[in-house]
Design a protein around this ligand. Structure first.
Ligand code: 13P
Length: 363
């Protein structure tokens, strides 16, 4: 193992760590609005709206033109490539609107998952080949971070060594390409919640995957102060009969993270992974209420489904103001959860209480 390598220049270190720090501002989190066109189609189908460029643009315009004085709880937004080219009705780009709200804009740079040959249904993530060129273009467009999602499945014989090592290495390589281009990588090794495994099994898999991920990050000389981690919360599998309380989920999650994520990482931002809006917020708040397990990073959210479900429903293809109010309400709640100050009783009605679980979720 070589111990001779180069740290990024002082200038690049400063740039990356100041972006990452801003994204990890206490009381805020990340809005993941980077659904691919196919995934967005499924979201729109749920409210009987057709999956057209115009409708995807209309919903994203709603998200990025909320009144600034009412916006609390967000630091950044993840976009899909299509959105980086789109303009709002006033002729300004979506990216300009996000910046005017004081938020950091970023981009999904993965190109989805692909089966791992010879594995028992496991996968790797594509997108490395032309990533360097795409990252340079995105930085020029004013984007400051990138996201790349890897997927690990739990089953009778899986995850395998092959899947854990491949996904750790691909994540680390993506992180290094992003940083070379001035983009802060959000590293996302998502352990899926599909299956009948219990809380304990999810914790063990999550610990093993995160340990492998940070070993690969070290091997690729990724500058950790200029990264964020986007993990799953540790939960029982969706088909497991023995459910866990928010307190148990919070403790298992924080234990796994404290054992594996270096303190140099400024922020951890959870994906929601099929939890309802309300469950995700309550679990996050419980994680932030724990004081007897080390928590050297800002622990927050980067929710997709659990930040947009109510907004999508309230909008319904027509009612922009209702959609914006729903987004503002959820963002505020999650900002409080980041501070451990959200005390919902989990009995939310309407969209906020609905399960957002999708089997074998693609993004
Ligand atoms: P969910 O919060 O809907 O799981 O999605 C977050 C995300 O960005 C997945 O890559």
């Amino acid at each position: 193992m070589s111990t001779y390598f180069n740290y990024p220049s002082a200038e690049l270190q400063k740039e990356l760590s100041s972006i990452a720090k801003k994204m990890a501002t206490p009381g805020t989190g990340v809005l993941a609005a980077d659904e691919s066109n196919g995934t967005m189609g499924k979201r729109l189908a749920s409210i009987n709206v057709e999956n057209t460029d115009a409708n995807r643009r209309a919903f994203r315009q709603l998200l990025f033109t909320v009144p600034k004085e009412k916006l609390e709880g967000l630091s950044s937004v993840i976009l899909f490539d299509e959105t980086t080219q789109q303009k709002c009705d006033d002729g300004k780009s979506m990216i300009e609107h996000i910046k005017e709200l004081g938020l950091v804009p970023g981009i999904k740079t993965d190109k989805g998952v692909k089966d791992l040959f010879g594995s028992e249904g496991e996968c790797t993530t594509q997108g490395l080949d032309d990533m360097d060129k795409r990252c340079a273009e995105y930085k020029k467009l004013g984007l400051d971070f990138a996201k790349f999602r890897c997927v690990i499945k739990i089953g009778q014989n899986i995850p395998s060594y092959q899947a854990i090592m491949e996904n750790a290495n691909v994540s680390a390589r993506y992180a290094s390409i992003s940083q070379a281009n001035g983009l802060v990588p959000i590293v996302e090794p998502e352990v899926l919640c599909d299956g009948d495994h219990d809380l304990d099994r999810c914790q063990k898999v999550t610990e093993t995957v995160l340990a492998a991920t940070y070993k690969a990050m070290s091997d690729h000389h990724v500058f950790l102060e200029g990264t964020l981690l986007k993990p799953n919360m540790v939960t029982p599998g969706m088909q497991c009969a023995k459910r866990a309380t928010p307190q148990e989920i919070a403790r298992a999650t924080l234990t796994a993270l404290s054992r594996t994520v270096p303190p140099a990482v400024p922020g951890i931002v959870f994906l929601s992974g099929g939890q309802s809006e309300e469950e995700a917020s309550i679990n996050l708040s419980h994680i932030n209420q724990i004081t007897d397990i080390p928590k050297p990073w800002n622990v927050s959210f980067s929710f997709g489904r659990a930040l947009q479900a109510s907004a999508l429903k309230a909008w319904g293809g027509k009612n922009v103001q209702a959609g914006q109010e729903a987004l503002l309400a959820r963002a505020k709640i999650n900002g409080l959860a980041q501070l451990g100050k959200y005390h919902g009783d989990g009995k939310a009605t309407g969209a906020a209480g609905e399960s957002l679980y999708v089997a074998n979720h693609q993004y």
